[in-house]
Structures are given as C-alpha cells and as structure tokens.
Design a protein around this ligand. Structure first.
Ligand SMILES: [Zn+2]
Length: 263
C-alpha cells in the first residue's frame, strides 16, 4: 500500500472552523467546499487514501501562539495520523519567542508554519532573524510563499534568508511560490530548499509541475493539499498523471515528510 502523507493541512477548532475557512476562501477568491476541522480532514483524506497529515494553524496575533500549540498538540494526541507543527508570530517579544519554542519542544511539535501574507511581515524582515537563528538546524519551517498580489512572502525574500541561514530547513509551499513559480525556480537554492505540491497544479498544469519536481529534485518535494482549500482526491489525481518512478513517488508521498519530521 502506498503511504501518503499530506504535508500541508490547516485545521481549526470546531467553533471557529467555519468562519476561518470562509475567511481563507475569501482571501484567495476560491470557493471552499470543505470545513477546516479535523474530522473533515480525516474523512476527505481517508476517501483519497491519505494515511498521515502534517497539521498547522496560523497565528494572526502573538496572543494566539500558545493556544494554537495546545490545540494542535491535543489533536495529535487524539488522532495518531496527525503530526503537528507549531505557530510563531513576528511580534512576539524575545521572551515570548523563547517560550513558544520551548512549548513546541515540550509538546512534541515537529516544525513551525508561517504565513507572511496573513501575518503581514516580510520573510526577510530583520525582526525574524533571531527566530531563524533559534530554529535553524533544529526544526523545519513551512513558509507560505508566493502570491503576486503581495510581496511579504516572495521567493526572492526567502532566498535571501536561506543564504543568511544555510542551516535553515525551509519548505517553500506551493511549488516555491504561488503565482510566482518562475521567480521561485530562478532564485531558490535547489537541492536545499523543499517545496510542496499544493494549490498550484490546477494553475500551472501537470507538465509544468512535473518539470518543477525534476528541477527541485524528488527528494525535496512534499505532497500537500492545503486543506481545506483543495480535495486530496483531486490533488492526488494530478500526481498520478505524472511520469514518476516508484522511488520518486515514495519520496514525495511519504519519505521526505518522515525525514523532516523525525526529530
Ligand atoms: Zn498553508
């Protein structure tokens, strides 16, 4: 059986899931068919054959960070298919930032998710540098990247951070940068940066996506759905259309994810 890990899934507590999902749909102008709660994630994934999930929420204020950590960790305890990522916010004080990282460690969270467009900071803002310093060489950071409507999360800014922090394990979501796929390909360090496959193939097509997988290397590509944005079944169907070896599929669908979350 093919193990399939969805590396990019958002979940929200039941009482805010509907509203949070609507807000995200509105931000991207994309109708959302699913509600971003854990039961829907598991049901939709199971139908598509997904066997594991890396789940995260984005902190839009510094105050949300500790409660997001508790929520994600509690969901991981309840559902063995889940691996949790923590949150971070650029406006945390140095003491709060340290607490956030301590909490991530205590709760067994395996990385950090940042969404510079929702959190309104430039990836290469100097105020983020102490955080990169603390996390480099320890846990992976999943960056929302791209979107040509904003410049917060441009692949160029991420490339700058990666050259300043060679030890930082970064996943540039959405094939390196949503709607900035060419820029990402030109500036991101291939063989070092990881990319995920979500929210892109519907726009760039299977052929271009496969080219990008070859460019970044199958050992640096992670399958993801951006749940609740897209249905796992549809996202998987795109990958099934590609000409990938079993070895490449194993890397993209599970081995890379396991390697990144094994600490
Ligand atoms: Zn995301």
């Amino acid at each position: 059986m093919q193990e399939i890990i969805d590396f990019h899934a958002h979940i929200y507590p039941d009482k805010i899931a509907r509203k949070a999902t609507e807000n995200v749909g509105h931000f991207y102008g994309i109708p959302m068919d699913n509600v971003g709660n854990v039961n829907t994630l598991l049901a939709v994934g199971r139908r598509a054959g997904v066997t594991g999930y890396v789940v995260h929420s984005v902190a839009t204020t510094p105050e949300q960070v500790p409660s997001i950590h508790s929520f994600i960790a509690s969901q991981c305890l309840e559902h063995e298919e889940l691996t949790g990522f923590g949150a971070f916010h650029p406006d945390l004080t140095p003491a709060q930032a340290q607490q956030a990282l301590d909490q991530i460690k205590e709760l067994g969270l395996k990385g950090v998710k940042l969404h510079p467009d929702f959190q309104k900071f430039n990836i290469d803002d100097r105020k983020m540098y102490p955080f990169y310093e603390m996390i480099a060489g320890k846990l992976p950071v999943l960056f929302h990247t791209g979107d040509d409507r904003y410049d917060f999360s441009s692949p160029t800014r991420l490339a700058r951070v990666l050259s300043d922090f060679p030890n930082l394990t970064a996943v540039a979501a959405h094939f390196g940068g949503y709607r900035r796929w060419d820029e990402a390909q030109a500036v991101l360090p291939k063989g070092k940066v990881y990319i995920d496959t979500c929210s892109s193939i519907a726009f760039i097509g299977v052929k271009r996506a496969q080219e990008l997988i070859r460019h970044y290397g199958a050992d640096h590509v992670l399958f993801g759905t951006d749940f609740p944005m897209w249905d796992a079944k549809d996202e998987l169907a795109y990958l099934e259309e590609m000409d990938l070896s079993q070895e490449e599929r194993d890397l993209i669908f599970s081995q890379n994810a396991k390697r990144l979350t094994s600490r």
